[in-house]
Write a protein that binds this ligand. Structure first.
Ligand code: ZN
Length: 362
């Protein structure tokens, strides 16, 4: 299942919506409908759309600040814990990350102050403290939300903004990998705290938020460690070169023999000149045996390889393409499109394991 989908593109940044955000809208609308009927449900949805705009403005604070340092933002994901702007790369200097992290909360602060001014102007100050969902006017509700958003974002719970500030400070002393690891652990401690509170006060949303923070912290710490371990490595440096291939007219029976003869699980399929035609995975083989039988050719059941890797493809890109391909391995080809190696998830894992313990190897 896809967990997010694209909404619009603004200034080169895709706005993506996490499906749980829709659950949130539905949940609020339903709750309001139960107490106040359709008018209340409509007000709730309008309120959430405005919330959505506030969060987006907050994210564009990050995005525009990052752009000042020459970093583009391909997409921003809106989820119940707010937005996550996925920067093209992390700022190199800790002070840049600090400024990028602070820019979002500054926007939220400005919004909150503007709303406060508007409420003062319209004489609705008394409504700020009163909470009556579905009936109260929008401005005080929106003001309160932005204050909560601001406070929440400033908690040092990585990967939220406050946590990023903390990470930037830690990185200066401990380096990127270690600094991120510590910030992520602190973020996860916060997440566990939120989770427990959410559980005991039966606030499902808080529990969901906690789970999000926990997983996001883990994912980011992993990603940083992986990037650091793979620095300076290219596809040629990671690929398996001692490998067997199959001609496109070989039969599935031939493939079975090859599969049983060794440890290799995926076989590049090549033409007579060794040029890439496709990749036969173990799944392709098993599926082929049951659908077209052992005498069919591997060409009939192999997976297409949209974009094989070049030897000089850097580690980051290779990993990303391997993940995006949905295949367990990607062939590495020379400029003539002849297969010279195979990059598998297994050998990347091995490489990372070795390099994490002995930096600089192989
Ligand atoms: Zn933010």
């Amino acid at each position: 299942m896809r967990w997010s989908f694209r909404l619009v593109t603004i200034a080169g940044t895709e706005i993506k919506l996490h499906v749980t955000f829709l659950f949130l809208v539905a949940w609020y609308a339903f709750a309001a409908w139960q107490t106040g009927g359709w008018p209340a449900a409509q007000t709730s949805v309008l309120f959430l759309l405005l919330v959505f705009v506030c969060i987006l403005l907050h994210e564009f604070g990050h995005i525009l600040m990052a752009r000042r340092f020459g970093i583009r933002t391909p997409d921003v994901l809106l989820s119940p814990i707010g937005g996550l702007a996925r920067l093209e790369r992390m700022p190199e200097e800790p002070y840049q990350e600090l400024l990028v992290a602070v820019a979002g909360p500054v926007v939220t602060l400005v919004i909150a102050m503007a709303l406060w001014g508007a409420i003062q102007f319209t004489g609705g100050t008394a409504e700020i403290a009163a909470f009556d969902p579905g009936r109260e006017s929008l401005l005080p509700a929106l003001f309160r939300l932005n204050v909560v958003l601001l406070a929440f974002n400033l908690l040092p719970a990585f990967p939220m903004d406050g946590g990023r500030v903390l990470r930037a400070l830690l990185v200066r002393r401990r380096g990127m990998v270690e600094g991120t690891r510590i910030a992520a652990r602190i973020g996860q401690l916060f997440a566990m705290g939120f989770g427990v509170i959410g559980l005991f006060t039966s606030q499902i949303l808080l529990f969901v938020v906690a789970a999000f923070i926990y997983l996001a912290a883990e994912a980011e710490a992993q990603a940083v460690a992986t990037r650091a371990a793979g620095r300076g490595v290219t596809a040629a440096g990671m690929m398996v070169t001692d490998l067997r291939m199959l001609r496109v007219y070989a039969t599935l029976e031939d493939a079975v023999k090859l599969l049983l003869a060794g440890e290799q699980r995926e076989f590049p399929i090549v033409d007579n000149d060794g040029r890439l035609e496709g990749l036969l995975t173990r799944d392709d083989l098993v599926r082929g045996l049951s659908t077209v039988g052992p005498t069919a050719t591997v060409g009939q059941v192999m997976s297409r390889v949209q974009e094989p890797l070049a030897p000089a493809t850097p580690f980051d890109t290779a990993l990303e393409r391997l993940r995006a391909s949905g295949l367990p391995a990607l062939p590495v080809v020379n400029p003539e499109r002849q297969v010279i190696g195979l990059l598998t998830v297994d050998n990347i894992t091995d490489l990372l394991l070795v390099r994490r313990h002995v930096p600089g190897l192989p």
